[in-house]
Design a protein around this ligand. Structure first.
Ligand code: PLP
Ligand code: COI
Length: 342
């Protein structure tokens, strides 16, 4: 198969249209059999549930080319399960988990020419999503939905790739206590848009959200979970809260730290006041992979991690190399983590 003529190494995290996407429609109480289509556009009624009351949830995962030329993706069953959780919270009929994985495989196969080659630094980002399509004017769930998947080749989420970033402590909240912070709903991202534009305008790469109830505990950023490394480098610490998204990357890194690197792992509440004790900090997620954080700005007071602003810290690097080695197929993966596509 002939790859597309794309300058893979120059890609940022952006959208480019590809040839094929998947669509399945929900009507009269069931999902249809689904199909691949070439049409990238969607025609909706002006009163569609998604347009009026933001009834939409989504997922994000990636496909990789391995060193020996296979195309694989990483733990799609966990995306399928999380999408079901997101659907339940917004009264959307869940898309069956086994069909989700099959649809991901089908969509990536149909776009194999867009899967970046091994070693290019780029990957294929896969975006499954569901939204209410029929007219809804009283506040209630839609009766009809579309489940879709598009793909787009991407480079690093943060400019500079794996260079440490600078983030600020946010004054606004991303999620309410007992709200929707733990699901992947478009509404969580809509409310973060003003804040990310403001952070960028002030020279910061991202916002650190604190727990909305007490503002004393670390939650996550707009698009990634946090990981921290203890001062002695022996323990991986990740924040636990009912209002952060259960990141698949973070759950995988906890396993990698314990079972591949022999570290201790703590998944617990993390007080903001503890950050001065940690040696390394990073953001983790499908898009972010692991992005090292060099500094956190708390209203002018800087928390500077000993790992500095030049490079990833040593533990973050080991986590990064092990995780991406598993994803790209040169480190053996735990059972069930890698889904073969081609
Ligand atoms: N937190 C938020 C708010 C996100 O949008 C994402 C991205 O998916 C993550 C965390 C990381 O989750 P995952 O590792 O499953 O991509
Ligand atoms: C992902 O990592 O898949 C996300 O959805 C995060 C988003 C900021 C791109």
């Amino acid at each position: 198969m002939q790859k597309k003529d794309i300058n893979w190494g120059e890609l940022g995290f952006g959208y480019q249209v590809t040839e094929a996407r998947y669509v399945s429609e929900y009507k009269d109480g069931s999902w249809d059999e689904g199909r691949i289509t070439e049409d990238a556009n969607i025609v909706l009624n002006e009163c569609a549930g998604v347009l009026q009351y933001a009834q939409t949830v989504f997922e994000g995962l990636k496909a990789y080319t391995t060193e020996d030329g296979r195309i694989v993706c990483f733990r799609p069953d966990l995306n399928a399960a999380r999408l079901v959780d997101s659907c339940r919270r917004l009264e959307i009929p869940p898309f069956p988990e086994d069909r989700f994985v099959e649809a991901v495989v089908e969509t990536v196969k149909a776009n194999a020419a867009y899967v970046p080659p091994y070693g290019s630094g780029a990957t294929l980002y896969i975006r499954p999503y569901i939204f209410g399509t029929n007219p809804v004017i009283g506040v209630k769930p839609a009766d009809e939905y579309q489940f879709r998947i598009f793909v787009t080749p991407v480079g690093p989420y943060f400019k500079g790739g794996v260079k440490p970033i600078v983030i600020r402590v946010s004054d606004v909240d991303r999620a309410a206590p007992h709200g929707t912070g733990d699901i992947k709903a478009g509404l969580n991202y809509a409310m973060s848009l003003h804040n990310i534009v403001d952070a960028h305008a002030k020279g910061f790469d991202e916002n650190m959200y604190l727990d909305p109830a007490t503002r004393t505990k670390v939650e996550e950023t707009g698009g990634a979970n946090f990981i921290f490394v203890s001062a002695d480098g022996q323990t991986l610490i990740t924040p636990k809260s009912g209002s952060i998204l259960p990141s698949i990357t973070r759950r995988s890194l906890m396993y990698v730290a314990e079972h591949y690197l022999g570290m201790k792992v703590e998944h617990r509440e993390v007080l903001f006041s503890e950050l001065d004790n940690f040696s390394e900090c990073g953001l983790c997620g499908t898009a972010a992979v692991i992005s090292p954080v060099g500094k956190i700005n708390d209203h002018g007071r800087e928390i500077c991690f000993p790992s500095g602003m030049e490079d990833m810290g040593p533990v973050t690097r080991k986590l990064y190399e092990t995780l991406t080695g598993i994803q790209m197929g040169h480190i053996e993966a735990p059972e069930g983590w890698i889904k073969e596509i081609l």
